[in-house]
Design a protein around this ligand. Structure first.
Ligand SMILES: [Mn+2]
Length: 318
């Protein structure tokens, strides 16, 4: 049985070789694989600053510094999970509905095989393709959504599929169960007095003003109660983190969590029935010294660590 794992950095230096996520083998296979990393290089649906189409490339580049062992969660990720870098989903710049359809088709067999994808965005609109693909084989999902924004607007300029509408569309299409989903980290100015529009759709919403007052373990308790053992997807917009730590993104919101706090809240979730992850909205051209990509790669590593932890606890997905 094959077990795919990163190239050993004590045998070949980190700056050598083709840039794949975490130096994993670049193989488009679902055989003997627990998790795949997939790039979705698209930013056709951003409302402000573009650039997230280069997110997957930058996160992969930053991720070569990741090592195998997570000392806080006490798990060696590649020992538990056979993983490959599955490559990029096909996208068409400027043709957003077609892109979403192609991304969905690309992801469907992954969920159908019970393999867990970690999707590197790309703008947040891609999550609808992900949820459509996942729901086709898993049914309605619980979603844990880290973001400065609720992304529950009805439309932009009369158009329904933008990065700021994705979590309204997902409810309308019945792809997720808002009664078992939670949005975490919302802050900043709003278009109108629509502070409670996430709750109106059925989500639990943990605003940053509330979150900042509680410990990571307390958030984890709230999330676990909400998810209630259901199959779950974690969607993480890098702008959840304060732009002092994550400036390379299209719509930054100041006054948010530090990178340490963000990693701590995520890490605290512990084992759940994870079926997919995404990390979206990294725009490398806006990212001085690549700090946003380094953080994004670390967030991805925590997600894979949570999956590895869950495997050890007997949540085998599929
Ligand atoms: Mn956002």
């Amino acid at each position: 049985m094959a077990h795919h794992r990163p190239r050993d950095s004590l045998q070949a230096p980190r700056f050598t070789g083709v840039r794949t996520f975490m130096r994993l083998p670049s193989v488009q296979t679902l055989v003997d694989v627990a998790a795949v990393v997939v790039g979705v290089p698209t930013d056709s649906a951003v409302s402000y600053r573009p650039g997230a189409r280069f997110g997957p490339e930058a996160i992969r580049s930053a991720s070569v510094l990741l090592r195998d062992y997570n000392p806080i969660l006490e798990v060696n990720v590649p020992d538990v999970l056979s993983m490959v870098d599955y490559g990029d989903a096909p996208t068409i710049p400027g043709y957003h509905p077609q892109t979403l359809a192609q991304v969905q088709r690309f992801l469907e067999p992954i969920y159908a095989q019970g393999v867990v994808p970690l999707v590197l965005g790309g703008d947040h609109s891609l999550t609808i393709a992900e949820l459509r693909a996942a729901a086709a084989s898993i049914g309605r999902l619980a979603v844990i959504h880290f973001d400065a924004h609720g992304d529950v607007l009805d439309d932009y300029y009369g158009v329904k599929h933008f990065h700021g509408t994705v979590f309204r569309r997902a409810v309308e299409e019945g792809l997720l169960d808002p009664a078992h989903s939670i949005q975490v980290g919302m802050r900043g100015t709003l278009h109108a007095n629509d502070r409670c529009s996430g709750e109106a759709l059925g989500y639990q919403v943990m605003y940053w003003e509330q979150l900042r007052l509680i410990a990571p373990a307390e958030l984890a308790g709230i999330v676990r109660l909400r998810v209630a053992g259901r199959p779950v997807i974690v969607s993480f917009d890098i702008d959840f983190v304060d732009p002092a730590f994550a400036p390379g993104t299209g719509t930054p919101e100041v006054g948010g969590p530090t990178s340490y706090e963000a990693l701590s809240y995520l890490r605290a979730l512990g084992p759940l029935d994870y079926r997919g992850f995404d990390l979206v909205e990294v725009a490398p051209v806006l990212d001085p010294a690549g700090i946003t990509s380094v953080l994004a790669a670390s967030v991805c590593f925590e997600m894979l660590s949570l999956l590895a932890l869950s495997f050890r606890h007997g949540h085998l997905g599929g």
